[in-house]
Design a protein around this ligand. Structure first.
Ligand code: HEM
Length: 149
């Protein structure tokens, strides 16, 4: 007895196909790395962090806080952190934010100065404004840890 092509058979086929394709979509679950791509991947982020470092050194509001820091380590760890935060394939291996910024007495003005310098560094590297805002948005939850509130 052959399979008769009825409306029911077609409907069953469509439903099965839909389930299989839908299943694939949910199984794959691509991580959202759009922000990471917009920042120019790890090398683009590394360029931004390098420019941020120059701006920090030139900024009288905050440079005294950074005296004696390990520049290479700071560059690597902040690059990894921003890479991970933007959805890239990096793992931040530095110390925890609250512990790291303890005893610095970071003020609101100083926090804003650093954010401002980060925006300037992104601007210099032609990062689209929407991506700049997205990155700042992902950093803001760290505010209480960095200010030790
Ligand atoms: C969104 C804001 C901030 C983020 C995401 C951030 C992130 C980081 C990271 C990832 C490190 C580790 C680098 C390393 O291992 O050397 C670090 C270290 C440091 N941060 Fe921040 N930071 C922020 C704000 C600030 C502010 C506002 C100040 C002071 C004005 C500051 C001062 C420092 C200093 C001095 C170090 C070096 C600490 C050490 O070497 O012991 N940070 N920060």
């Amino acid at each position: 007895m052959g399979l008769r092509i009825t409306k029911t058979t077609i409907a069953a086929l469509l439903i099965t196909t839909g389930l299989v394709l839908g299943g694939c979509q949910s199984v794959q679950h691509e991580p959202d790395n759009r922000l990471y791509m917009q920042l120019g991947e790890r090398s683009g982020i590394a360029d931004v962090v390098e420019d941020l470092l120059y701006l920090i050194v030139a900024d009288e509001r905050i440079n005294h806080q950074f005296k004696g820091m390990n520049v290479a380590q700071f560059h690597r760890n902040l690059t990894d952190q921003l890479c991970e935060l933007s959805g890239g394939p990096c793992t931040y291996t530095g110390r925890e934010m609250r512990e790291l910024h303890a005893d610095m007495g970071v003020t609101a003005t100083q926090f804003n100065a650093l954010a401002e310098n980060l925006i300037l560094a992104m601007e210099k590297n032609r990062i689209p404004t929407a991506a700049q805002n997205q990155l700042i948005k992902r950093l803001l939850p760290m505010y209480p840890d960095i200010r030790h509130l």
